[in-house]
Structure formats: C-alpha cells, structure tokens
Write a protein that binds this ligand. Structure first.
Ligand code: PEP
Ligand code: CO
Length: 459
C-alpha cells in the first residue's frame, strides 16, 4: 500500500487516545513492546478471513463475544475458561438448530482500551481523568490511579499472552471435544432455567456421536471433533500499542496487526479522515466497523472501499448497533447503500451498545428483552432486504454477574448491586447469553434457509 506506514496514522487526527505526561517513558515502553513476540500468527488470521468469507456467502454464522473491557482484577484462569465455555455452548446451540458452522471469535486477550463519553469524571468537587481501560489507567477514583501509565501496556500484553495460551490449550487440547459437552456446563447453569434445554441438546448430540462412533467416525480419527477453532479480537483503539504489535509477515511481506486476529473500529473513531481508519488501511487482518445511529451509509461504504479496495470477502464486518427501537429506521438504508456499491461484507448485530440505560438504582444496565428485540429486528430487516444476517456481537461473561436486567432469572433493578463487576458496560451473564442463543437460533435457521432460497432463485 502506497504511502502507508505502521505509524502514518500519526499524521491524522485521532480521538480517544490518551496524551501521556512523560513522553520519554512512553517511548521506552513502546520501543520495548516492538521487540516482544507477536501474539497471533498471520496464518491464523488468514484462516479466520477465509471463514468470514463463508459468512458473507451465507454458509456460516459469526459469534463474537466477551467482556466490554477486560481487567487486571478479573484475570483468572476460571474466568477465561468460563467465558470460553459459554461461547462454546452458545455456538453449539446455534450450530445444532440452524445447521450452520459457527465462527467463534472472543472479545478477549486484548480488549482493554475504552472510548468514554467524557474525558473527565466528576464526583462531588473532585474531577479526575476518566477511566480509559486497564492498559491505560486504573478504575479507582484517585489521582494516582487515574494517571495514564504507559507501563500498564506491559501488563496488558502479558495478560493477553497468557489468556491466549490458555485458550489455545482449551481449543486444541481436548477440552472442546464434542464428547465432553456435558463438562462445559457451569455449575450455576446446572441449576438454571436453561439447564433442561441444554441437557436435551447434550442428549441429542450424544446419540449422534454414538451413531458416528458405530460407523467408525470418532475423535481419534477426526481431529475436527476433538478441537475447535477459536479466534481473538478487540477494538483497535489504542493505536500506539497496535502500531508496536504490527509486524511484517515473512511469508508474504504483508503487514498484520499481531495483537489479535480481528480488530474493529469503534462507533466513535470511524472518521474517514481519522487515524484509526488510516491505521486499519494497511493491515491484512479482518476488520469490523461499528455502525450506530450517526453513521451515514455513503460514509460507511467509503470506509469499506478504503479498507478493502479489492472487495475481498471476509475482510469487512459491519456491526450494526442502533438500539432495538432504531433498527428499522437506520439499517435498511445502510444495507441498500452497501448493496448499491456491490460491497462484500459480513452483517453482524451488536444488540448491546444501543440498548444501554441507567437503572433507577443508578447502574448502567441493558434490559435483556431489548437485547433480544434488537437481534430479532435486525434479522427481520435483513430478511426483507434480501441480505444475510451473518453475526452476533455480544458483551458477555461466564460469571454469574447481575449487570443486565431480565432474562429467565428475572434480574431486577434491585438485584443489580449484588454482583455488578464490569469495568465498563454491563454484560450478559452466562445464563442470559445461553438463553439468547436459544432464542435466536430459530431466527438463524430461518435466515439461513431464506438466504439459500434467495440464492437459488437468483441463480
Ligand atoms: C464496544 O464495543 O465496547 C464499544 C465501545 O462499542 P461502540 O464503538 O459500538 O460504542
Ligand atoms: Co462496551
């Protein structure tokens, strides 16, 4: 790419990147990071792009999920395992009922920096810089904690590396074996309203496996039954860090951001003439673009063209996040704008970020019903526009938190304070995440058969 360099984004206006007070200290950290090993390998990223190309063609479905913001405090092997388990369970529910492969992508192993609505936070008379994510500053409301500390990037790198290491072990080491589905159940889901439904699914899978076993098809013979492909993603917000992790792939000479397989540009940083789009222009990774109510279809189409001049399938995922009541108003126009230009994209739905409200008890929350409504409305619009709703992007955790209201356990406003642990936005707990998977799997099925019919009718 002509004129593009890993640092050319520095010549463009950027939003939501902190100004550090000690530039020398910052540069020391960045120079050191440049010498650290890549977190992911270019070949894995290419493989993900191939899978996403299948999503574009309606032959697979993307499930992207994890914390809004990973934190140093919640870093624990059990938390990684439990988030991984819930993603596997959601994927299993969807695969089984919709009969499509699910591309599993964690918002994990690097999802630290956050864009905030205000640069400072005021409590009483005291005003301090806002919390920007654990790789930038700490959440406690003290001057010391809120200082932008470049050394936190080392800790974030190290946490990402160990998280990835464990995820790779789980994905390839036998934990994801279909014969072990019953072990994925989290203790507290066993007692939940989803347990019976998941148990029924386990039984059906066990029957299918017994049949295959009798035919001689076992995990000993077929590696795919024993392992799972799992990729990582985060918002490419903190460009100084992303720049350091961007390396030339020695096999192709192309640039890859090796901090994750997939990165996305947030709704607040997707300016066509801004540094975030400039940075993403030069990397080979598949890229997500968040599209909220302020996004203009022609602008989004232009961003797609700039990031994906060859219109390669699997390169771009548009993640709509309008809020359940706004989907019909905005999404059809975006779909038509993208279709008009003949652009290949994965259409994913983030039903979280447009449905955040302040509860009467003062917590930021998301009513589960609104989340479900947004997904259903998105599926409905894609069906009437003749496009394929190919993905779901959720903020969720494997922990038994009380951050989003509603769901089968009917979490109320008053319950929120009991286990509200998020460092940023409210997440679905594992019960709600699984319930969502059950609720939308019929939609995925309808959508898949609908798009198959549309493709057949067109050919
Ligand atoms: C996010 O995904 O955490 C986020 C900040 O989303 P958006 O850019 O859509 O607001
Ligand atoms: Co969020």
């Amino acid at each position: 790419m002509k004129n593009w360099k890993v640092n050319s984004w520095r010549n463009y206006p950027v939003k939501h990147i902190p100004t550090y007070d000690d530039e020398k200290e910052l540069n020391n950290v960045l120079n050191k990071l440049k010498t650290f090993p890549p977190l992911v390998f270019a070949g894995e990223t290419r493989h993900l792009k191939e899978q996403l190309a299948k999503v574009v063609d309606g032959k697979a479905f993307l499930l992207q999920g994890g914390d809004c913001a990973e934190s140093f405090a919640e870093f624990h092997p059990d938390n990684i395992r439990d988030t991984f388990k819930v993603i596997l369970q959601m994927a299993l529910v969807m695969t089984y009922s919709a009969s499509v492969p699910i591309v599993k992508l964690g918002r994990i192993a690097g999802q630290f920096s956050k864009p905030r609505s205000a640069p400072t936070e005021k409590i009483g008379d005291k005003e301090l810089p806002s919390y920007l994510g654990d790789n930038i500053n700490a959440i406690d409301f003290t001057e010391k904690a809120r200082r932008y500390d470049p050394k936190r990037m080392f800790k974030a790198y190290s946490q990402s590396a160990s998280t990835l290491n464990l995820l790779r072990a789980f994905s390839k080491g036998g934990f994801a074996d279909l014969n072990k589905v019953h072990l994925w159940n989290l203790d507290y889901i066993r007692k939940s309203p989803q347990a019976k439904k998941f148990k029924d699914l386990e039984d059906k899978i066990a029957d299918a496996l017994a049949f295959m076993d009798a035919c001689g098809i076992t995990s000993d013979f077929n590696n795919r039954m024993y392992t799972v492909n799992f990729w990582t993603s985060h918002e490419a917000l903190h460009l100084p860090f992303e720049e350091c992790m961007t390396r030339v792939d020695s096999t192709t000479g192309e640039y890859h951001d090796t901090s994750a397989h997939f990165v996305w540009i947030g709704d607040r940083t997707r300016q066509l003439d801004g540094g975030h789009v400039e940075f993403c222009k030069g990397i080979e990774n598949p890229i997500g673009i968040k599209c909220g109510p302020t996004s203009k279809p022609d602008e989004i189409a232009k961003i797609c063209e700039v990031l994906n001049p060859k219109n390669e399938k699997g390169k771009i995922t548009l993640i709509s996040r309008y809020g359940h009541q706004n989907v019909e108003k905005f999404l059809p126009k975006l779909i038509r704008g993208i279709k008009k230009e003949g652009l290949n994209v994965v259409w994913s739905c983030d039903p979280m970020h447009g449905n955040t409200i302040k509860s009467t008890s003062g917590f930021k929350t998301r009513p589960f019903n609104d989340v479900v409504k947004e997904v259903k409305n998105v599926f409905g619009v894609h069906q009437s526009e003749g496009s394929y709703a190919g993905g779901l992007h959720v903020e969720m955790t494997g922990q038994d938190v009380t951050e989003c209201t509603g769901g089968a356990r009917k979490i109320s406003d008053a319950d929120l304070s009991s286990r509200y642990h998020t460092h940023c936005d409210p997440r679905l707990n594992s019960d709600q995440a699984l319930e969502l998977a059950f609720l939308i799997s019929d939609e995925i099925k309808k959508n898949t058969s609908y798009s198959k019919n549309a493709i057949q009718a067109a050919s």
